[in-house]
Design a protein. Structure first.
Length: 226
């Protein structure tokens, strides 16, 4: 497995994320930065010097461009796109290995959604996101999307003209290509961005953007509003 982590201003979290992943023995961890000025690049270079399975690159800022750049460097059979504020445990990876070995036809998938905040309102958000993910097979990027490298390149990766919802678009194309599965085991994402925006404001924005995208509004137009 090649783990690809797009970063921007993530110096406070990146080191811990890499140290968590290394014992799980991925083939490589590829960090692709989009122009950080907080020390993320320096930390990533140090991690790459320290660990032979860590690589570092830079790309034009934007998750689509950064993740595509990481995928071009990757050598693993599977690509896992992981946000810098999302935690993947040993248990999560164990279940992932078991799932892909049991179903050799699987071309991609994602994990269940969990937030690291104890407030009850976040359990409601988790319930909604996981319900949507399973019923509609529509996980998003903070659920850790994984895909066979050969399939990713056949689909030409993430659309680089999508400044947001690039994960939603990729999942839609993957589902039409072959079997795609949302695993029951979760990854754990920080609630920091939701807290910064405000729970109800962020929830409403996300719902409206998802709905408008489903109705055919291009992400470039949504970005102006978002």
């Amino acid at each position: 497995m090649s783990v690809i982590i797009p970063t921007y201003q993530e110096v406070a979290r990146l080191g811990l994320r890499v140290e968590e992943l290394l014992p799980a023995d991925p083939r490589e961890i590829i960090i692709v930065d989009g122009g950080s000025t907080d020390g993320t690049c320096e930390l990533a270079r140090d991690l790459a010097r320290k660990h032979s399975r860590v690589a570092f690159a830079t790309a034009t800022r934007g998750r689509s461009m950064q993740m595509n750049a990481g995928a071009r460097m990757a050598r693993g059979e599977w690509l896992l796109f992981l946000h810098a504020d999302t935690v993947m445990t040993d248990e999560t990876l164990f279940h992932w290995h078991r799932a892909v070995r049991q179903d050799v036809s699987l071309i991609g998938g994602a994990f269940s959604f969990r937030l690291d905040h104890p407030a009850l309102r976040y359990r409601a958000m988790e319930w909604y996101v996981n319900r949507r993910s399973r019923l509609l097979t529509l996980p998003l990027g903070d659920q850790g999307i994984f895909v066979r490298r050969s399939v990713f390149h056949q689909l030409k990766g993430y659309r680089e003209d999508y400044p947001l919802l690039e994960d939603r678009d990729l999942v839609g194309r993957l589902r039409r290509f072959g079997p795609f599965r949302v695993l029951d085991i979760p990854v754990i994402t920080s609630a920091r961005r939701i807290e910064a925006d405000g729970y109800w404001k962020r929830s409403l924005y996300n719902f409206l953007i998802q709905t408008l995208f489903s109705l055919g509004v291009h992400p470039r137009r949504l970005t102006l509003w978002y």
